[in-house]
Design a protein around this ligand. Sequence first.
Ligand SMILES: *[C@@H]1O[C@H](CO)[C@@H](O)[C@H](O)[C@H]1NC(C)=O
Length: 295
Amino acid sequence: MLAIFHLVLLNFDQVLLSSGFKSSDLYSHGFFSAKMKLPSDYTAGIVVAFYTTNGDVFKRTHDELDFEFLGNIRGKAWRFQTNMYGNGSTSRGREERYYLWFDPSREFHRYSILWTTKKIIFYIDDVPIREIIRNQEMGADYPSKPMALYATIWDASDWATSGGRYRTNYKYAPFIAEFTDLALHGCAADPLEEIFSSSCTEQDDQLDSASYASISPQQRMAMKNFRHKHMYYSYCYDTLRYSVPPPECLIDPSEKLRFKETGRLKFEGRHRHRRSKRSRSQDIGARNYGNEDED
Ligand SMILES: *[C@@H]1O[C@H](CO)[C@@H](O)[C@H](O)[C@H]1NC(C)=O
């Protein structure tokens, strides 16, 4: 698909709007990918999300995989997070937060979510940034029902940028996110059909053997580098929240050393360090845990 979609957030007498698009089909596993250019200049408070979910169909037992870009102030590194929910596991968020190593508002970059029967990989361009290998212990926390692809832009001033310290400024409106080269490879499936999985076997096999379903040694190095340099929060190292890390967490001892018990970095060299006064307990269990960014 070559058309460029513009998602526009306008202000209309201070009434805050959001906009988005959604795939017409739901997919039982798939590769969901688009090139995206994020709004430029002052975008504090503005969240752009690229995600798969079936929340419209399964209100209480939904599955979800997200990329969320958390607004920005010109000249700073952009922050974003990835997350996963399975069968309504909203009390067990699995957020990771990172800095981007480029300015996503300058040119198009490709963002992709691979979801197979065995694993999930988040990609930025050719760099895998997060891999979740399914295991039995995860049970239904691993997304298993067909999902549609969504992209939205909205005003999340309350939490998005530095925990809400920088709010949306409509002087800079409209905020425009551009999407192009959408790719959807997967098995279109009816989520209400009980035995959808068996009819998707062939496409599941194709997905497993696709190039993007395996990470080359070079890509693995790039992923390790990215995570060492740019990840600033991981639920896997947040021992206040999870005294036992969730079963998919692969604890890397050298990586673990970098994080405090809160799952946040011990030292954040290029960023001023100031503790938030808000108590930690308020955040635990919140859907967007980790939003109390420090600057
Ligand atoms: C998903 O959650 C529902 C409601 O909590 C539960 O009844 C169902 O057994 C769960 N599904 C799986 C596969 O565990």
